[in-house]
Design a protein around this ligand. Structure first.
Ligand SMILES: O=C(O)c1ccccc1NCC(=O)[C@H](O)[C@H](O)COP(=O)(O)O
Length: 211
């Protein structure tokens, strides 16, 4: 099975064009205002429109958003999916409000954190941020990849946290992840993706199970 790839935290065309050229399945736009990868909705709309007519799907990332925040972004930006850092109950409410496909980020540090049921379309299994971190994701930290081996996932899922072109092959093999997500591991600075790293990351994720 082909490993899906999401590149998250795009802020500029050069990085985005590399993701489109090398066939990223999902493009992540970050609407958490405290993130160094935050994009204003008007700018995000320009980037999202660039993905139209390609095979890549646009994902908007939100941390504990209000209804008004989500509605305002959706009024401007043509998003296909909402990736949420919130509770399952709030995710269900935002699904009803938006009518969009919903992904839920799940902080994981051990097997006990893995969800056994789920009311969303996809789970993002991500390393738990340190208590003093200023944001719940995008911290470049890995989780123990073997925690998901043998897990009966209640929905499709994506492995995230600290992935790089160098470690993504081993991460896929150890975790058995059907898809992977990267932000900092393919950047020269927050939000600025390096085209060569994007290419290498996608190639290595895709060939991980063949190697
Ligand atoms: O990137 C951020 O600044 C961020 C802020 C708040 C919540 C989530 C955030 N990023 C999440 C992601 O970009 C992805 O889940 C990513 O794969 C994990 O990040 P990284 O460890 O940098 O690869």
């Amino acid at each position: 099975m082909n490993v899906g790839v999401k590149i998250c935290g795009l802020t500029e065309e050069r990085g985005l064009d590399a993701c489109l050229e090398y066939g990223a399945d999902w493009i992540g736009l970050n609407f958490f205002a405290k993130s160094p990868r935050y994009v204003m909705p008007v700018r995000a709309a320009e980037l999202a429109r660039r993905t139209r007519g390609t095979c890549s799907v646009c994902v908007g990332l939100f941390v504990e958003p209000t209804d008004a925040e989500v509605t305002a972004v959706l009024d401007t930006v043509p998003l296909d999916v909402l990736q949420l850092y919130t509770s399952p109950e709030r995710a269900a409410a935002l699904a009803r409000l938006s009518g969009k496909e919903i992904w839920l980020s799940c902080p994981v540090s051990s097997r006990a954190d893995l969800p056994v049921q789920c009311g969303v379309q996809r789970l993002v299994i991500e390393s738990r941020a340190p208590k003093d971190a200023s944001r719940p994701g995008g911290n470049g930290l890995t989780l123990p990849w073997d925690v998901t081996a043998g897990w009966l996932a209640p929905a499709p899922w994506i492995l995230a946290g600290g992935l790089t072109p160098e470690n993504v092959g081993q991460a896929v093999r150890m975790s058995d992840a059907p898809a992977v997500d990267v932000a900092s591991g393919v950047e020269s600075a927050p939000g600025i993706k390096t085209p060569a790293a994007v290419k290498q990351f996608i190639e290595r994720a895709r060939s991980a199970r063949i190697a």
